[in-house]
Write a protein that binds this ligand. Structure first.
Ligand code: FE
Length: 345
């Protein structure tokens, strides 16, 4: 089995491959190192089968879409990942065949709702859930320390103690650990109750990642060019959120809101469907096409997407463009579907 970490920095990208079939997967590739990954794969004569992110990253631009574009590799992320252009959505327990190998998906949300770990034989890649003698922060991106604690305990600490642990980040020069070692010595987890953990994580007071403004919304929306000026994070946090039931109620009122679905056209007509009467304007075209909905400047507008993340960006943009009553459909079409509300295709 091929297994290497390719960045040699704080932020880890792993390549795994089946030596017999020369099929490989890149896990958490950085956009800035694409040349290096492609050269590595070519030199060692591997075909890239999967480009995979363990979660939506806030500290660097992902390289997955460029890799898909350049090699034909399939992009893989968790079902809750907000971005478009994901070829394979995975959930807990799914298995991705890679030549004669198999990557097993373990749901490990908490750092973000779309967090996964990947188990491969004697090892597990833990993304930003369990780190070596630490854990991934839970204070933005929809993070939740209690959820993180539960899934680390159940999914990761449920693995055999000898399982090797390879995290998505390390700031102290560690390269690997084991499940047993982390259970015994991880200072945030060993001997701590769930309540201890939640209190500790909520009190960390860390500064936001340096590149969050450039990286986060670009990764959430798969918008790689300069077609859009993303709103500031403070504007995102001011967007009003409506649950699917709230939106459904407003739709049957005498003055229903305008629904603007900002997903890509293939998603609008895809598996999750769309809400009847919603207007399709992809996020990347929203600023340029805003005149099409200018009659609604003073009326209610609800932005809709897959997971409610891109639509929060859209809602902040529309507010910035002078729209007075803009809302977001919280949880997007995923939560709309979970609420068993009607869709059109
Ligand atoms: Fe992260």
């Amino acid at each position: 089995m091929l297994f290497r970490e390719l960045n040699r920095g704080n932020c880890k990208t792993y390549v795994v491959g089946c030596e017999a079939t020369r099929r490989a997967a890149l896990i958490d590739p950085l956009r800035e190192h694409l040349d290096r990954y492609l050269a590595f794969l070519a030199y060692h004569r591997y075909t890239l089968e999967f480009a995979l992110d363990t979660h939506t990253h806030a500290d660097h631009r992902t390289g997955t879409w460029d890799l898909r574009d350049l090699t034909g590799a399939r992009t893989v992320m968790h079902e809750r990942a907000p971005a478009p252009n994901i070829d394979v959505h995975v959930e807990d327990g799914d298995r991705l065949p890679l030549g004669n190998l198999e990557l097993e998906v373990l749901a490990t949300p908490g750092h973000s709702p779309d967090g996964i770990s990947l188990r491969l034989g004697d090892r597990v890649l833990t993304g930003d859930s369990l780190l070596i003698h630490g854990t991934g922060r839970t204070d933005f991106l929809g993070g939740d320390p209690g959820v993180q604690y539960d899934f680390i305990q159940e999914k990761l600490f449920g693995l055999p103690d000898a399982t090797l642990v390879f995290p998505g980040h390390d700031y102290r020069g560690h390269t690997q650990s084991t499940v047993g070692e982390e259970k015994r010595t991880n200072p945030r987890l060993a001997g701590h109750t769930r309540e201890d953990y939640v209190r500790l994580m909520n009190g960390l007071g860390l500064p936001l990642p340096e590149k969050i403004q450039e990286a986060l919304q670009a990764n959430q929306s798969s918008i790689e060019d300069d077609s859009l000026r993303f709103p500031a994070l403070s504007q995102l946090s001011q967007v009003g959120q409506l649950t699917p039931r709230d939106v459904q109620e407003r739709l049957s009122s005498p003055a229903p809101p305008l629904l603007v679905d900002v997903r890509q056209p293939d998603e609008y007509s895809g598996e999750l469907g769309h809400i009847a009467g919603s207007r399709s304007i992809p996020l990347r075209e929203l600023a340029a096409r805003v005149e099409e909905i200018s009659a609604h400047r003073t009326r209610e507008v609800v932005c809709v997407c897959r997971a409610g993340v891109r639509s929060t960006t859209a809602a902040a943009l529309l507010t910035g463009l002078g729209f007075e009553q803009v809302w977001n459909l919280k949880g997007g079409m995923l939560d709309w579907k979970n609420a068993s509300l009607p869709v059109e295709r």
